[in-house]
Design a protein around this ligand. Structure first.
Ligand code: ADE
Ligand code: ZN
Length: 350
């Protein structure tokens, strides 16, 4: 039996720090590695690669982090990728994320990267894949974080482009465990990518897709029924469709929710308006993730801390979210058992 042991009655201390010094062990399932590029690293890589940035300094760059919707963020996210030129750049970015994630309590991370966004800038596929993968190969030993690399495809590009890149990834035996679907959602429904997902499934890859972030609940249905995804990234718009909620609850479909992202991209007005408590109350299998932490004001621990402050989440709620993240991962059953044991041991002594 699962135990989320013991947390439900522990009172919140008034002096509890905003970010707990000893965060719960979690799996991060929704993370774009390019969204971990911190402003300082952007400037450092620009200098190393002799790239002129269109900002005079950190302050001017940070002033751009006021987003009105997903597209306004994507414009900056893709522009800043210009500093990623060499395998070393991708490796350095990945190392910086793992170091911060370890401090956030992340023990397992499923990391998306956007190969098409680099290929279109003339970066060789090998540079981006090998740069990230070379660091992930030793992430367990170096950071205590097991990892899976997810090739994410840009839904605002044609399906043929995605199919070609997937073929190349398979031909080079890239160490990817899953595919995802991201970028501009509205107007680019999952139905556009049926062949891509069929091919990935045939290749033995696990399947996830962004759906119901800005797009309608019907995109979540399409991702399930037409793409056969095992997990939905975001999925908050399911709350518009009670029948869909019932189906997601019954099938325990994981939803990788990213609260601070939803606030910063104006999918919700404020964190207090976020549907996470209603999703938990409905019995949905939700986890908490950071999406693009360098752009949205926080890593997984920051998301937990702010949710706890706004919604007065109990220890039980936090442990449930942590357990959901582990159960919903593509990790081996053995790794999941190890992480659940760590979580339950922590809870029992918390
Ligand atoms: N790419 C990076 N972050 C994304 C997000 N939140 N939604 C869609 N595509 C993305
Ligand atoms: Zn995302």
């Amino acid at each position: 039996m699962e135990t989320y042991a013991g947390g439900s009655t522990m009172p919140e201390s008034e002096t509890e720090p905003a970010v707990p010094a000893n965060p719960l062990p979690v799996a991060e399932l929704h993370l774009h590695i390019e969204g971990t590029l911190q402003p300082e690293l952007i400037f450092a890589l620009a200098e190393r690669n002799g790239i002129a940035l269109p900002y005079s300094g950190l302050e001017e760059l940070r002033e751009k982090y006021e987003f009105t919707d997903l597209q306004s963020f994507l414009d900056l996210y893709y522009a800043n990728m210009a500093v990623l030129q060499t395998e070393q750049d991708f490796a350095d970015m990945t190392r910086a994320y793992l170091e911060r994630a370890a401090a956030a309590g992340v023990r397992h991370a499923e990391i998306m990267m956007d190969p098409q966004a680099h290929l279109s800038r003339g970066i060789p596929l090998e540079a981006c894949v090998n740069g990230v993968a070379s660091v992930l190969a030793t992430s367990r030993e170096e950071y205590g974080i097991s990892t899976i690399l997810i090739a994410a495809f840009l839904r605002d590009l044609p399906e043929d482009s995605a199919l070609e890149v997937l073929d190349r990834l398979l031909a080079m035996d890239a160490p990817i465990g899953a595919i995802g679907l991201d970028s501009a959602e509205v107007g680019n429904p999952p139905s556009k990518f049926e062949r891509l997902y069929a091919k990935a499934r045939e290749a033995g890859l696990r399947l996830t897709a962004h759906a119901g972030e800005e797009g309608p609940a019907s995109y979540i249905l399409e991702a399930l029924d037409l793409l056969g995804v095992e997990r939905i990234d975001h999925g908050i718009r399911c709350m518009d469709d009670p029948d869909l909620v019932e189906r997601l609850v019954d099938a325990r479909v994981p939803l990788t929710v990213c609260p601070l992202s939803n606030v910063r991209l104006r999918a919700v007005d404020t964190l207090a308006d976020h549907p996470l408590p209603a999703m938990l109350a409905a019995g949905l299998n939700v986890s908490v993730n950071s999406d693009d932490p360098a752009y949205f004001g926080g890593y997984v621990d920051d998301n937990f801390a702010q949710l706890t402050a706004v919604f007065e989440l109990s220890d039980f709620d936090r442990a449930r979210l942590a357990a959901n993240s582990i159960h919903s991962s593509f990790a081996s059953e053995e790794r999941k058992a190890e992480l659940l044991e760590e979580l339950n041991g922590r809870e029992a002594t918390a």
